[in-house]
Design a protein. Structure first.
Length: 281
């Protein structure tokens, strides 16, 4: 067996969904200098441990996104978002977090998220300058792809973006706390900063789709909505330690775990087909 074949076999037998633990010592100096709300936010994310699951997911239908946080000049926590290229086949022009499908080279979902962020924006894959805060439970995208958010903190403020313009046309930052409120000022008075729609779920009940304006809509930037909004609501809720000012899901909504389970058990669903193809039980 060649070295490449051996590595491939090892990756296939490894549960790439395992969640690494962050190195807490990296944050001691940073946390001590932050305003109290931001310090608590970062500490809460450092302390967070996603609920473990014995479920295994097919690599070909698994993805990860990086949630890159940093502390602004006034001491508030911000998240970096990107505007996807209008030439992409999927989600063209959307406001998104950097990320993508698991690659054969990736050992963990953290590897996937960091690699994709580097390829899209030039963000270094350096755990000392950009250490891990936590890995979240997976979400379901398009009813067929398991997406895991990986939350990191950018400590090196000298980093400069290097955009892959075939994938990303621009990046910008939003306060993480803005995904817990409904009353921020909008650049367009005719549009509310926060809105939502409820969409019927095939098994009964409905799923709420959230939308937040970016303040850049006049420049053609789309609001933060759908999966990206759901991820940022969850990260902000954990970080700031309180629920949003709005109801995240209607009373009859399925949980994310229920949505993933239904996709896994539905014949002809790409997630189920990939399980069969990759011999994932």
């Amino acid at each position: 067996m060649s070295s490449d074949d051996s590595r491939s076999a090892t990756l296939q037998s490894t549960n790439f969904m395992h969640y690494p633990r962050p190195i807490l010592e990296l944050f001691e100096t940073t946390l001590a200098t932050l305003k109290e709300e931001s310090r608590r936010c970062i500490q809460n994310l450092l302390d967070y441990r996603a609920l473990r699951t014995n479920a295994r997911f097919p690599r070909s239908q698994s993805a990860a996104v990086l949630v890159p946080l940093f502390v602004g000049r006034a001491g508030d926590v911000y998240v970096i978002l990107s505007r996807r290229s209008s030439s992409l086949r999927e989600y063209a022009g959307d406001t998104a977090l950097p990320g993508g499908k698991v690659d054969p080279r990736d050992v963990t979902v953290e590897d996937t998220a960091r690699r994709e962020a580097f390829e899209e924006t030039g963000l270094p894959q350096d755990p000392e300058r950009i250490p891990l805060l936590c890995v979240m439970e997976p979400f379901l995208a398009g009813n067929q792809t398991v997406v895991t958010p990986v939350v990191v903190l950018i400590l090196d403020k000298t980093l400069q973006p290097n955009l892959n313009e075939s994938e990303v046309t621009s990046i910008f930052a939003r306060p993480l706390s803005s995904f817990l409120t409904t009353d921020r000022l909008s650049a367009d008075p005719s549009r509310p900063y926060y809105s939502y729609v409820d969409r019927a779920w095939s098994q009964g009940g409905s799923i709420r789709v959230h939308s937040f304006l970016t303040g850049r809509e006049t420049d053609g930037v789309k609001p933060v909505f759908g999966l990206t909004a759901n991820i940022l609501i969850r990260v902000a809720t954990i970080g700031f330690g309180h629920e949003p000012a709005f109801q995240v899901q209607p009373p009859n909504a399925p949980t994310t775990a229920q949505q993933i389970a239904h996709a896994l058990l539905t014949p002809n669903n790409p997630l189920r087909v990939a399980c069969d193809r990759e011999n994932v039980d």
